[in-house]
Design a binder for this molecule. Structure first.
Ligand code: FES
Length: 224
């Protein structure tokens, strides 16, 4: 049998997984259903709304076990397989319980050539876990992720689907982890990239925020 059939690169769902969310908690409220209906109404076909709906589900349940993906698919009105495909494509959707802080280290091309793996391995050593694992105290999970769209500031990482921390160094990682341990997010105020279009010969928008951290609120909180 071909190797890729014996060892599929895509994680296949278990046939009858043990549910993680108790049946009496596995539902969307009327308000949540109305929000999902609003998402659906904004697209020509229902499947267009699945990303926002999964995001809302993750905000509510904390992560996306199979039964939550199924509930979301049913509420949107699309097949489970389609919702599962979307949920498993993006590392931003959590398919298992994560630590309080999820450290997504980009090792895609630009970050890789700029030391992304050095950053990943430094983090693994500092926290005593490997990528994909969570510290025993439940505080940190490390993920290796694909390009997060900030290649110009490589190597970079994202913290729990929120702030981007760019131009990583080992010292910056140490500062970040130590601060998160104390329950705060360091500001990292320095900027290395020109943000003004004159500096870039007119090739960059001038209204981009000149800071290293972008705090993106969860979509489910911003789109009504
Ligand atoms: S390669 Fe890392 S952000 Fe694009």
């Amino acid at each position: 049998m071909a190797d890729f059939i014996k060892h599929p690169v895509v994680e296949l769902p278990e046939r009858d997984p043990e549910p993680s969310v108790p049946a009496d908690r596995l539902f969307f409220s009327e308000e949540e259903k109305a929000r999902i209906a609003t998402y659906v109404s904004r697209y020509p076909t229902a499947d267009g709304a699945i990303m926002r709906a999964l995001w809302l589900a993750q905000e509510k349940f904390g992560w996306l076990p199979p039964e939550v993906i199924r509930l979301t698919a049913d509420t949107v009105g699309i097949p489970y397989s389609q919702a599962y495909g979307v949920a498993t494509f993006y590392s931003q959707y959590y398919k298992r319980k994560m630590g309080t802080h999820v450290l997504d280290v980009c090792t895609c091309f630009s970050c890789q050539v700029c030391g992304g793996y050095d950053m990943l391995h430094h983090l693994e050593k500092k926290l005593g876990i490997r990528k994909g694992e969570t510290t025993p105290d439940g505080r940190f999970t490390i993920q290796e992720v694909e390009c997060l769209g900030a290649c110009g500031s490589a190597p970079m990482m994202q913290v729990t689907n929120g702030p981007y921390v760019m131009n990583l160094t080992e010292e910056k990682l140490d500062t970040l982890v130590d601060a998160l341990q104390e329950g705060r997010m360091p500001p990292f105020a320095s900027v290395t990239l020109p943000q003004d279009q004159d500096e870039m010969g007119g090739n960059r928008r001038s209204d981009a925020p000149s800071q290293e951290i972008y705090q993106a609120p969860p979509v489910s909180q911003t789109i009504r």
